[in-house]
Design a protein around this ligand. Sequence first.
Ligand code: SF4
Length: 127
Amino acid sequence: MKVKTLVCNCKGLDPFRHADMNTLAFEIESELDVAYAAAHPQLCAEGGIQVLEDVLRAAEDDPDTYVMVCACAEDTQKNLFKKAFRRTGFDEKHFVPLDVRNTTNDGILDRIRARLAEIADPTKPRH
Ligand code: SF4
């Protein structure tokens, strides 16, 4: 299993003010078992969507790859990124939206860690 991680800073809006986006991607790569982590200032804007589509396209034919997006609420992400899924052949089941609002880098690392464990063992209930 390979997990590519994108982190959104939501233009530094209030729910993201506890996180340090200058260090977060490095901390994710250092502490967690992910292929890579990259931060973007606004993933649902034009440039961000292009980045996301590039990542999704690169993973289209790789059933081993998951794309985790650390950003706003999970349902919001699914709506915001609907077109990106339609424009690529990425298997939506391998998209992992994660709500990382209102917490620090350590809190975000904990949330990612928990989701990685759930992906690795889908029989475990989500918390
Ligand atoms: S994807 Fe979500 S967290 Fe990122 S800029 Fe858009 S609304 Fe904000």
